[in-house]
Design a binder for this molecule. Structure first.
Ligand code: HEC
Ligand code: HEC
Ligand code: HEC
Ligand code: HEC
Ligand code: HEC
Length: 497
């Protein structure tokens, strides 16, 4: 077997070019197998290794294979022989069989071709599989996807592969995404892509196919209590508490809430200026009884009105546009760090100074690290020189946390600064819900989509000095107790009974 193989390759490698082809095929195959074993054993494994193993080696393999017949062709032209004569002369003729299908050369070439097709088939399947991993999507183009990759890893969907949301099912979607991906590789290689990557993503897989595999509207019911704490810019970074009761029900039972838009039977359509989903041209609501209401933007100039390029049926990502790539605002990020205790609130003015340090204009992570440290240090050295020595550890710890926040949210290479990708959920980072729930949009009778403050939530507490407290008549002396105590007592009572 090995002898035949060696004889064979000696025969097919008709000249220097052919030999180069054979060497390329053999070495890339062996390296591929060795690297694959290393990946399976967990010795190596990242997007670059994958890129080399699954793209470069198969490519070299194919290139090597292509060189061999090219060498035959050159040789044929030089000698005037046919391919069969050429090969038989080198490989040893059969002599007997007259038809080509029976000849030894033909059979051997056929066997090897089959083996090569098999190898390439397996390699491309492995490549497709590898290209579906989040590591590949997130890191293969390195800096291009770094904003999406870093926000993804910190999101509730960090275990959901990119392709589960970004690529549809079926052969069409697969081909489409690979063509698209090939173009993306070219644009990444030649620096042709836009910075920041534009949003909305128009070819995102329909949310109703993706999100609803794991979340579906019937599962949202009742309301959701959200309590937030924010810290002031004063010396004590004084906390203030806001509690909302968000109505998240789809509304089947008449208690309509936020998920009404995606409840079976309801359909909201809209068209937006330049299809950017920021400023609505008109909005339409169809309900199960077949009635349709339409609101038209009365504030747009006729000029902007011509920006209609298509209409869209509202789905999950019209509100949850930041379901995975969640960017924070500097003040929210600092509030979260103080709340978690990662930044020590006993440092005077720490909230104000931390936000200020984060907002600095830094060209790189190293610059941010230096700038944030210097900024905080300079403030405390100037304002509290006597305490600096004892506070140094806490200031350093705060700076470490801030650098992480900065690096997750700001990507100068991609021109992603604070606020580049605002969330549509709510109405704080962007008009969000108020894109439609606004008096700028009017129906024929002059009515608008409600913007009543109690339509979507009841505001139980707003900027209060103490956390929202329940009035619980069942427990004696339980007036105005903090929520966690109330919940704990509720739990204990339920266990006792
Ligand atoms: C749970 C679903 C989900 C997962 C998982 C996911 N994405 Fe996204 N992605 C979205 C949504 C939703 C948008 C915003 C769509 C919009 O507004 O049109 C988006 C937008 C993007 C954008 C455009 C820039 C932006 O932020 O709007 C890029 C690039 C992107 N995703 C890449 C990735 C990569 C790379 C991964 C894996 C590391 C990934 N996505 C994983 C849902 C997802
Ligand atoms: C493969 C399953 C899967 C898919 C697909 C998926 N999610 Fe999720 N989602 C999860 C899991 C798991 C969590 C985390 C749940 C938790 O932490 O309680 C989550 C969390 C969330 C949350 C946060 C809930 C909370 O408690 O704050 C939202 C909002 C969300 N997903 C929306 C979406 C949207 C929008 C899409 C489609 C673009 C989507 N998801 C696609 C599995 C998925
Ligand atoms: C009209 C805007 C809107 C649409 C459309 C929408 N959501 Fe939501 N969703 C919200 C809001 C607002 C919340 C509450 C957010 C919070 O907790 O801060 C929410 C909460 C959620 C949660 C957390 C629920 C819980 O029990 O706490 C999940 C999961 C979710 N949505 C998934 C989806 C999916 C999947 C779709 C599409 C079928 C969808 N949403 C469509 C606005 C929307
Ligand atoms: C694309 C436009 C659009 C966006 C964006 C939008 N809505 Fe709506 N919403 C509508 C329309 C249209 C109605 C139906 C109004 C009517 O029939 O009077 C509606 C109705 C509602 C209702 C009442 C449902 C009922 O029938 O009682 C709630 C609650 C609601 N929206 C919450 C939200 C929240 C919260 C957001 C942001 C997270 C949001 N909406 C974003 C278009 C939108
Ligand atoms: C169309 C639905 C809708 C309407 C109308 C609406 N809100 Fe909201 N609001 C939301 C949603 C959704 C959130 C929660 C978003 C989130 O999870 O951050 C929110 C959050 C808030 C918050 C908390 C912000 C924070 O600091 O975290 C306040 C305060 C608030 N709304 C006040 C108001 C007031 C005042 C009005 C009346 C002018 C109003 N809202 C009208 C949907 C609405």
């Amino acid at each position: 077997m090995l002898r035949t193989y060696l004889d064979f390759i000696r025969a097919v490698a008709v000249d220097r070019l052919g030999r180069a082809g054979v060497i390329l095929v053999t070495t890339s195959f062996i390296t591929f197998v060795v690297m694959q074993a290393a990946i399976l054993l967990g010795i190596v494994g990242n997007a670059y290794v994958g890129l080399i193993v699954y793209l470069l080696f198969p490519l070299l393999f194919v290139l090597g294979l292509a060189l061999i017949p090219i060498a035959w062709m050159r040789r044929r032209r030089a000698t005037g022989l046919t391919t069969r004569e050429l090969l038989e002369r080198r490989f040893g003729p059969d002599g007997v069989e007259a038809d080509i299908a029976g000849s030894k050369v033909f059979r051997t070439v056929a066997v090897f071709t089959l083996a090569n097709v098999l190898i390439l088939g397996i390699a491309s399947l492995m490549m497709l599989h590898f290209m579906d991993t989040a590591e590949f999507c997130g890191t293969a183009c390195h800096s291009v996807m770094s904003p999406e990759w870093s926000t993804y890893q910190a999101s509730p969907h960090a275990r959901v592969a990119c392709v589960e949301c970004h690529v549809g099912e079926g052969v069409g979607a697969l081909v489409n995404s690979k063509l698209n991906g090939a173009w993306q590789m070219v644009s990444a290689a030649f620096d042709l892509y836009e910075r920041p990557i534009p949003t909305p993503v128009h070819q995102l897989r329909p949310a109703r196919e993706t999100c609803e595999r794991c979340h579906w509207p019937e599962k949202f019911y009742g309301s959701r209590l959200i309590s937030r704490v924010a810290f002031a810019d004063d010396e004590a970074s004084t906390p203030s508490y806001t509690t909302l009761n968000l109505k998240i029900d789809p509304g089947a039972a008449g208690a309509a809430g936020v998920h009404w838009h995606v409840d079976a039977g309801n359909q909201v359509r809209y068209a937006s200026v330049r299809d950017e989903r920021r400023e609505m041209l008109w909005v339409e609501a169809r309900q199960p009884d077949g009635s349709v209401r339409r609101w038209v933007n009365t504030r747009l100039t006729p000029d902007a009105g011509s920006g209609e390029t298509g209409q869209r049926v509202m789905d999950c990502v019209d509100c949850h546009n930041r379901a995975t790539h969640i960017y924070q605002r500097p003040d929210d990020a600092v509030d979260a760090l103080i709340r978690l205790g990662a930044i020590d609130r006993s440092l005077p003015f720490i909230r104000r100074e931390a936000v200020k340090a984060l907002r600095g204009d830094y060209p790189s992570r190293d610059a941010a690290e230096a700038g944030i440290r210097a900024g905080l240090g300079a403030f405390y050295r100037r304002a509290y020189p006597d305490h600096l020595a004892t506070w140094l550890d806490r200031i350093d710890a705060a700076a470490d946390e801030l650098v992480e926040v900065w690096a997750r949210n700001v990507h100068p290479g991609m021109r992603v600064g604070w606020g580049a990708y605002p969330s549509f959920l709510g109405h704080r980072e962007s008009p969000g819900c108020f894109r439609c729930h606004t008096r700028d949009l009017r129906d024929a009778e002059g009515g608008w989509i409600s913007d009543d403050c109690t339509l979507c939530h009841s505001i139980l507490a707003y900027g209060e000095a103490a956390p929202f407290a329940y009035l619980d008549p069942a427990v004696e002396g339980a007036r105005n107790r903090p929520m966690h105590e109330y919940l704990r007592d509720e739990f204990l009572r339920s266990v006792e009974n």
